[in-house]
Design a protein around this ligand. Structure first.
Ligand SMILES: Nc1nc2c(c(=O)[nH]1)N[C@H]1C(S)=C(S)[C@@H](COP(=O)(O)OP(=O)(O)OC[C@H]3O[C@@H](n4cnc5c(=O)[nH]c(N)nc54)[C@H](O)[C@@H]3O)O[C@H]1N2
Ligand SMILES: Nc1nc2c(c(=O)[nH]1)N[C@H]1C(S)=C(S)[C@@H](COP(=O)(O)OP(=O)(O)OC[C@H]3O[C@@H](n4cnc5c(=O)[nH]c(N)nc54)[C@H](O)[C@@H]3O)O[C@H]1N2
Ligand SMILES: [Mo]
Length: 565
């Protein structure tokens, strides 16, 4: 996030897209509700009528994948109406002229045709966002324009043009001067408790800790020196979906899966399962036996986050200290200890001498953190003592630095903010005669991802015991489907049978299935062929499908039999 969570409550306008905030980020959604109750405008752009729409002043219900046209049209209108922040653009950005030329073609009328949203709503959203208007018209800031903030999540990124989408939202914020000030900015709501920290510290295929490119020779040499090794690999690695493909191509033969359940969370499960079964060696390190672990050659029991020390970095870049409140069961160890032990055994088996008998023998996680801060400039000024009370928000470059609640207040990381001339692109799969509906996937409040953890919790399971698909009454009627009946969903990859929930929250032509349910696994249907070219993320949010009513077929057969004399 460019800004901090607590700032949301002081925004004049909150623009939310591709985020089911109330169910996926309930604590953050309270900040939105708080702001709304104080008179902020809340604009939501989403194909589903998510629960937070109850608190919104404007809801743009789009067809999945059509949002890019809405955003481009909003910027078209902002420029046309003279709402752009010319001063900010001149002082802080570059590439504006080229960007403005591209946006010219994307009229609100075109966006309306593509998305199904009325032109007036798009114009209203443009005005409210750009000028930071409150419901009563007055900003709480004594400035020419009010403060607007953008919140987004997976509805934007889990797309074959996810990077384009994020750049577009950054364009929108710069165009309106809505960045670098309190309660503004571009704020991705990060999902897992420590996904931000994992990325910060180099758990990505193309960077070392602190987002230092693996291809940067000078930075790599510096890290190698700090780690006491001669050299470090400089090739970009494979992302998950690419790794599964590489198994099929005979290029990857072993996998070490730690805290991940690809048998349910990766797209196109049939392809994933085939890849996993082809592996010569699969190690799964997990706190539970999940679907992937069931196919493993070796299981390594890990300690859960309630049972270990370490740090978690949350979505507002706040590094927080983790302390155990439970004892680990059985032979479970903290992940770092298992991994370090494997590394030490590897060195011994290969006859590698690191010149230090304690090389892999960390005494505690504080020691590991100290080593990490040495090679991670944005964490350089942190240590366990400083994190104790409230944690610290990166960048925190020196021991005296107080941390950074708001990014880009004076300049951007690269100096001037760059306008990316993004053109609209449609999702890889479109509805057609054979597969006339669009399936979008995501989450429900009571379950977490593949259910490994939450479906073990009896109270959570009582509330949402089984999977279901949300279908609009129009689409259900077309196949004589009634609420609660079984329905079969088919895509080009596979099929899933689940229960139908007739719902007004999804528009005709769109259905929604969460990916929590092992008895109705959504990723049997999703595709893995079209990845975002930069982020390599699959398009979990848009899949062409059709629905069938197994009971209708039976009834037809029976009716036919009854007619036979
Ligand atoms: N209860 C619960 N909370 C969670 C999780 C969980 O499993 N359960 N998981 C955590 C994790 S890791 C993550 S990443 C986050 C995810 O948090 P979210 O991204 O908020 O959750 P999703 O359910 O994936 O919903 C994304 C939203 O995008 C919308 N959407 C679908 N298609 C489109 C489209 O084409 N355009 C736009 N603009 N929107 C679209 C959906 O309707 C939905 O409202 O949640 C985190 N929090
Ligand atoms: N169709 C569809 N698919 C999706 C998505 C979608 O919206 N739609 N969302 C995607 C997103 S955003 C995400 S984040 C992924 C999530 O996908 P996964 O990360 O594969 O899903 P989880 O169920 O969270 O699996 C995490 C595993 O880690 C284990 N675990 C928990 N704590 C620890 C620990 O401390 N140590 C170890 N070693 N293991 C631990 C859990 O028991 C569990 O088995 O799914 C992706 N897949
Ligand atoms: Mo996620």
């Amino acid at each position: 996030m460019t800004n901090s969570i607590a700032e949301i409550r002081d925004a004049d306008c909150i623009f939310i897209t591709g985020s089911n905030t109330a169910e996926s980020h309930p604590v953050i959604s309270y900040e939105v509700v708080r702001a709304a109750k104080r008179g902020a405008n809340v604009i939501i752009v989403d194909p589903r009528r998510v629960p937070l729409v109850d608190n919104a002043t404007l809801f743009l219900q789009i067809k999945p994948g059509s949002d890019i046209y809405i955003f481009l049209a909003i910027m078209h209108i902002i420029i046309r109406e003279g709402w752009a922040d010319e001063q900010f653009i001149a002082a802080r950005t570059e590439g504006y002229d080229e960007f403005r030329e591209v946006v010219k073609a994307y009229t609100p009328e075109m966006a309306s045709l593509k998305s199904g949203v009325p032109v007036e709503q798009i114009e209203e959203a443009a005005r409210i966002y750009a000028t930071g208007e409150r419901v009563d018209g007055r900003s709480i800031y004594d400035e020419p324009r009010g403060h607007s903030t953008i919140l987004y999540a997976m509805g934007i990124t889990q797309r074959s043009n996810g990077t384009d989408m994020v750049e577009t939202l950054a364009n929108l914020a710069m165009l309106s001067g809505q960045v670098g000030k309190p309660s503004t900015g571009v704020n991705p709501l990060r999902g897992q408790a420590n996904v931000q920290g994992a990325c910060d510290l180099g758990c990505l295929v193309d960077v070392y800790p602190g987002y230092q490119a693996v291809t940067d020779d000078a930075k790599r040499a510096k890290i190698a020196e700090a780690w006491g090794v001669e050299s470090l690999p400089g090739e970009v690695g494979l992302t998950i979906v690419e790794a599964m493909r590489a198994v099929h191509d005979g290029k990857v033969h072993a996998m070490y899966v730690m805290g991940e359940n690809p048998m349910m969370s990766d797209p196109n499960t049939t392809h994933v399962e085939a890849a996993i079964r082809m592996l010569d060696f699969l190690v799964v390190q997990d706190i539970f036996l999940n679907e992937t672990g069931q196919l493993a050659h070796l299981l390594l029991p890990a300690a859960s986050s309630l049972e270990k020390y370490g740090t978690f970095t949350n979505t507002e870049r706040r590094v927080q200290l983790l302390q155990p409140i439970l004892k680990s069961p059985g032979e479970a160890w903290p992940d770092w200890k298992i991994t370090a032990e494997i590394a030490a055994h590897f060195d011994a088996a290969m006859g590698i001498d690191r010149g230090d008998p304690n090389y892999w023998r960390y005494k505690n996680t504080a020691q590991i953190f100290a080593e990490l801060t040495e090679v991670t400039p944005i964490y350089a000024g942190m240590d366990y003592d400083r994190l104790e009370e409230f944690g610290l928000q990166w960048p925190c470059p020196t021991p005296e630095h107080p941390g950074t609640p708001i990014l880009h207040t004076k300049g951007f990381s690269r100096g001037l903010g760059k306008f990316h001339p993004v053109e609209a692109r449609d999702p890889a799969e479109q509805a057609d005669e054979e597969y006339p509906l669009i399936l979008t996937t995501g989450r429900v409040l009571y379950h977490y991802h593949t259910g490994t953890q939450t479906r073990r919790s009896a109270p959570l399971d009582w509330v949402e015991p089984r999977g279901y698909v949300e279908i609009n009454a129009v689409d259900a009627a077309a196949i004589q489907l009634e609420d609660g009946q079984a329905v079969v969903i088919k895509s080009r990859r596979g099929e899933v049978r689940t229960k139908a929930q007739i719902s007004k929250d999804v528009p005709p032509g769109t259905i929604f299935l969460a990916f929590h349910w092992r008895e109705a696994p959504a990723n049997m249907l999703t595709q893995d062929f079209a990845l975002d070219p930069v982020a390599k993320i699959p398009e979990y949010k848009v899949t062409a499908v059709r629905i069938e009513n197994p009971r209708a077929k039976l009834l037809q057969k029976r009716a036919a039999q009854e007619q036979t004399p």
